[in-house]
Design a protein around this ligand. Structure first.
Ligand code: BGC
Length: 972
């Protein structure tokens, strides 16, 4: 076999070819590929050059470094300079003595390192000429002449408010909502764009559009405005390098002119008003006559808090077409996007001048089929467009986003004849994170749940991890982010996203270590158990998943300050008896009139105090802070001791009989031995007594199934997941949800709403179940002692016959990992993929060594298996990288009988399948006939791609369907 050893996906600070980095020692990572099993890197070599792709003038050449490290290798060459492109390439050697070719050449480019390099001035329209408080978006422009052909050009800069940039009439980049949302007074991101291709010798023009955004617009339910300031301003500089080596800077300054244009109003919650008649044709091109434009003025504002773009930028990531247009019983014309999405609608229209088109966005229809705006509270989500009447016009709003599935359209020409859906599309907008995970299984409803979780993440990861994307809130609630972090990091690459957010958290932390409820902080309030613990939990998760020790070290003092804050509260150092807490938010065991479940708040607070202390101790260990390890280890022991004294009876019963209390005690290792056993038994009992229904809220839900599976009650956990009756994860799926709801009963069984007051249909918290689906159901996990999946743990768990198939894919820092299993009456098959330069422990449940075949051969002849043994009825394998296909006889351990007739019928109610039913049985009236019809329809459903059924399920379905005697009663 000729070996192919290669490397790809080279990244610098998590990104491919990042521009404008202000990190002086950036870190390089790569992924290795090999067609040989058991490949480990034994050495690497990195070469870096400055502005030279031939690698002749080497800036840094590591030479051959003997190491298996391939992620976050810190640049250690000569000091980097600002505004410079560095090319790099990597080669590796492996344990078979093979040497790869050099990788492709990639680069990073530095931004601005020193404040003195900033030549721009903050500018804003002169207040005597344009009222700074007026609503219309500002237009700022400047024409300039470039004296010679240019070699390269960059623009660096930012704005307060939100901006869009134009050079010679064209938009610069595709980013939206720049400069993003940070703790603006402490940290303001600037952006860098390569505009070489957009400028030329001679006359050029630059234009800036500037709107309120998070900086100045309306934020929070408290109707706050001007939270960060009441003046919008822009701060940019173009840096041109001419062919002849000379340079020139064109900065924003008082020579720019200002005006307003078609955007009469634009705010995050409220929407946008755009009067196309006011467009200033050519305003951002050279030669435009701006003699009636106004002066700008220089605003005195600091730049010391500027930081280069850290997060992924915000982009349109998908375009979706409406699936339907209809008229509601109240007579509204409505578009149905088929998906509760976040972003905006783009439409085209040909209409007489002055025609006003209004789009009102909402998430759901009420039980009469009318569009429902109640849950938006004070957020209008309304876009108004006034046509200029010159042929076909296309429009999408600029500085606002909406959370919606339905759009009420008013004023569209001839809309009474029906809207033509081709004229409208939904543009999905969020931080352009790299997708990294995929989960699927044999149950289509669970697959829809997984999609809902992903959509919940997309909708709420628009630069900041928010609670919801639709009502007058959309804030970076710490609790919600903490609850969802593990699942989030499976679905998408969260490195840059949370690096930025954690730095804001640290910046907003109070001197006493207290952590605000929301980051960036725009509402009052701080220090709540399970909310403020985001300060410890998130840096730790980022470290675990990406091996990011640097961020962990950066956040360490913040983690410590939070733990010390809790320690100082109340009379007892080892208990956190708080005055205020959210408790188990929205739990179903809440006393009437309260949002907090009945698990005592000091129980929750002390449990999280222990958990945060544990994570702090672990972080201290990673960062080799020996004294702190000792200090916090002993603190942890005392908290646990005190927890037991306070919250566990002498005979081992928890004082609080709630599901959440039991979950926390188990998952945070607060109970041991017999008490632990009893707690686990009782948790299981609590679920059984409740007929496999949960009662947990934000605090207990993320760990509920995990605690059950970990303590030997995996079947109970799977039954909870597969529960379709209220309350359950699948309840909302069966109600047609396409995102995760804030409340288990957002829409009640009778179709009515929980309430107007707080009823988001896109709140990711309960989507936290995704972590357990990936890690436990599909069995794709990591060994906590080897972060970033350097050592992988594959351990599928089966639960009787309920699921016959599951698959998880995760693109780790080292490469792709797959864990997939499938049960048939005869065999158990487990397929695994392990990336090069990692190893894995694979646990094959319920078998023995001699029964297992790997790609048809016995285990002792299998290449790549370093060690194999049997333990507690399972086979344990230590394997190297590569793809493995294990198979062993089922021997009736997990028998598959097709008993779930009702489940089949349920599948039919699955939204997307409905129209097939209609096709087969239009207007069918007699109920027994419906059943037969449904069964026939299943045949079709089996091949219906949107239902997302695995091949395995499809085959089982068809097999079973063939056994059925058709009793088809015609509809008429
Ligand atoms: C948010 C939640 C948040 C909570 C605090 C709500 O308004 O939407 O998700 O965590 O307040 O309890």
């Amino acid at each position: 076999m000729t070996t192919t050893l290669s490397i790809n996906t080279l990244t610098c600070e998590y990104k491919i070819n990042p521009i404008g980095l202000d990190i002086k020692k950036p870190r390089i990572s790569w992924k290795m590929q090999s067609n040989r099993r058991g490949t480990i890197q034994t050495a690497y070599r990195i070469q870096v050059t400055e502005n030279d792709q031939d690698f002749t003038n080497m800036l840094w050449d590591t030479g051959e470094i003997h190491s298996d490290e391939s992620i976050h290798i810190e640049y250690k060459g000569p000091e980097l300079t600002s505004q410079t492109r560095y090319y790099y390439r990597v080669k590796v050697w492996d344990n078979f003595g093979d040497e790869s070719e050099w990788s492709e050449i990639v680069w990073w480019e530095t931004g601005i390192f020193n404040d003195e390099e900033w030549k721009a001035k903050w500018i804003t329209p002169h207040p005597d000429e344009i009222d700074p408080l007026s609503e219309p978006a500002f237009l700022l422009r400047k024409e300039f002449k470039l004296k010679a052909p240019i070699r390269s050009a960059r623009i660096y800069g930012t704005g307060v408010g939100l901006y869009e940039l134009f050079i010679n009439g064209d938009r610069v980049g595709t980013d939206l909502f720049s400069p993003g949302w940070t703790s603006y007074h402490k940290r303001l991101q600037y952006q860098t764009y390569d505009i070489t291709g957009q400028l030329g010798e001679g006359n050029n023009a630059m234009g800036i559009m500037l709107a309120d955004g998070w900086y100045k617009g309306n934020l929070s339910w408290e109707n706050k405005r001007h939270i960060y300031g009441d003046r919008r301003a822009a701060y940019f500089q173009i840096h041109v390098k001419y062919e002849d080596g000379t340079e020139e800077i064109i900065p924003t300054d008082a020579t720019w002119t200002a005006s307003t244009g078609p955007i009469l109003f634009s705010e995050i919650y409220q929407g946008e008003i755009y009067d196309a008649r006011l467009e200033k044709e050519g305003w951002n091109k050279p030669g435009f006559n701006d003699k009636d434009w106004h002066e700008t003025t220089v605003q005195d504002m600091p730049i010391t808090h500027l930081v280069a773009q850290e997060n992924w930028t915000t982009q349109v990531t998908e375009i979706i077409k409406p699936i339907n247009t209809f008229v509601t019983p109240l007579g509204d014309t409505v578009l149905d996007m088929g998906q509760n999405m976040v972003g905006r609608v783009r439409f085209q229209v040909e209409a007489p001048k002055g025609t006003t088109i209004i789009l009102k966005h909402a998430e759901v229809l009420d039980n009469e089929g009318n569009i429902y705006f109640g849950n938006l509270r004070k957020a209008h989500q309304e876009v108004k467009y006034i046509a200029k009447g010159e042929g076909i016009e296309t429009f999408a709003p600029h500085f606002t986003f909406q959370g919606f599935r339905y759009v009420k359209v008013e004023g569209y020409p001839e809309q009474e004849k029906g809207l033509i859906s081709e004229n409208f599309v939904g543009e999905v907008i969020h931080s352009a994170m790299e997708p990294t995970g995929h989960f699927e299984c044999s149950d289509p409803l669970i697959n829809r749940l997984q999609q809902n979780i992903v959509w919940g993440q997309r909708g709420n990861f628009l630069d900041v991890p928010t609670d919801c994307p639709q009502r007058d809130e959309r804030l970076g609630w710490t609790g919600d982010a903490q609850v969802f972090i593990q699942t989030a990091l499976f679905n998408y690459h969260g490195g840059p996203f949370f690096t930025k957010w954690l730095r804001d958290l640290k910046a907003e932390q109070y001197p006493d270590g207290g952590v605000p409820f929301v980051i960036p902080t725009v509402v009052e309030g701080a220090n709540a158990a399970a909310w403020s613990d985001a300060a410890t939990i998130i840096p730790w998760e980022i470290y675990k998943i990406y091996g990011d020790k640097r961020l962990l070290s950066e956040q360490y003092e913040s983690m410590k300050a939070w733990v010390e804050y809790m320690r100082r509260q109340g009379p007892d150092e080892y208990l956190w008896v708080v005055t205020f807490n959210f408790g188990d938010w929205l739990a179903l065991d809440a006393p009437s009139g309260s949002y907090s479940g009945s698990t005592p708040k000091d129980f929750i607070a002390t449990a999280f105090y222990a958990y945060s202390t544990r994570l702090l101790r672990d972080a201290a260990e990673v960062l080799q802070k020996e004294e702190d390890v000792e200090e916090y280890n002993s603190l942890l022991e005392k908290i646990i001791e005190q927890f037991n004294y306070e919250f566990v009876s002498p005979s081992g019963r928890l004082v609080s009989p709630t599901q959440t209390a039991h979950v926390l005690a188990l998952i945070f290792d607060l109970v041991e031995g017999k008490v632990k056993e009893r707690t686990a038994v009782e948790l299981n009992e609590l679920i059984l007594q409740n007929d496999y229904h949960l009662t947990t809220g934000f605090v207990g839900t993320p760990y509920l199934c995990l605690a059950l599976s970990k303590c030997g009650y995996h079947e109970t956990a799977v039954k909870l997941l597969m529960q379709e009756g209220y309350p359950s994860w699948l309840y909302s799926v069966k109600k047609g949800a396409t995102t995760i709801w804030e409340h288990w009963d957002g829409i009640k069984e009778d179709g009515s709403f929980w309430s107007d007051e707080m009823n988001s249909f896109n709140h990711y918290a309960y989507g936290a179940i995704g972590d357990w689906m990936y890690r436990v159901v599909a069995g794709l996990d990591l060994d906590n002692t080897a972060p970033a999946y350097k050592r992988i743990q594959i351990e599928p768990k089966f639960a009787g016959i309920s699921l016959t198939y599951a698959k998880a894919i995760y693109d780790s820092m080292y490469g792709r990992i797959i864990s997939s299993w499938c049960l048939t009456n005869e065999d158990i098959e487990i397929e695994v993929e392990i990336p090069a330069n990692t190893t894995a422990t694979v646990i094959l449940p319920s078998t023995c060594l001699k029964n297992v075949r790997e790609s048809g051969t016995s285990l002792n002849t299998t290449v790549g298996i370093h060690h194999s043994y049997e333990k507690e009825g399972n086979v344990i394998l230590n394997v190297g990288s590569g793809c493995y296909s294990f198979k062993y006889p089922n021997e009736g351990r997990f028998s598959i009988t097709f008993t779930e007739e009702s489940r089949l019928v349920d599948i039919l109610e699955y939204k997307e399948a409905k129209h097939i039913l209609d096709q087969y049985a239009p207007g069918i009236t007699n109920p027994p006939g419906i059943f037969a019809m449904k069964m026939k329809t299943l045949k079709e459903l089996a091949n219906f791609p949107e239902a997302n059924l695995s091949t395995n399920t499809v085959n089982t379905l068809i097999e079973e369907l063939n056994k059925i005697e058709w009793n088809l009663t015609p509809a008429h």
